[in-house]
Design a protein around this ligand. Sequence first.
Ligand SMILES: [Zn+2]
Length: 172
Amino acid sequence: MNDKYIFCPMCAGSLTVQREARDEHDRLTCLKCGFVFYQNPMPTVLAIIEKDDQLLLVKRKNKPFKNSWTLPGGFVEVGQNLEMALRQEIQEELGVKIDDFSYFGSYVSQYHTKFIMEDIVCTVFKTTINNYEFKIGSDVADAKFFPKSGLPEIAPFKDVQAIIKKLIKEKL
Ligand SMILES: [Zn+2]
């Protein structure tokens, strides 16, 4: 639970950490109106795109971890399922379409914003794409295939680090 939030979003009363009798988690609760601030992880999606023994990475253009390399993907928007979100991110970042998805795994992680450390749950798909002529979007600085034995410095996101570790292990 992130206890950095101060005011109730319903009535602007003060939020206090409380635990209901049948609840296994502490929650920020408003003592004035009773609103309970349930904090669920934000869903994100990442794509593993491979060509021969190479892995596609994108270079981050923005904070956090500006200029380090990571897997393409992003946050799921309201109204999207995981596949829709990943299609949109890949279209925006690389200008290509996803042909095929296969589930790789899901990971618990965190994302630092300017204000807060967001808890996220990341779903990862191995995907194939319709072509390799990328039109790089405004959110990324570069996109390149790297041999798995010679990857550049990867952004220290917990999920991305764990995924790449697993990918390299699979090859051994
Ligand atoms: Zn309130």
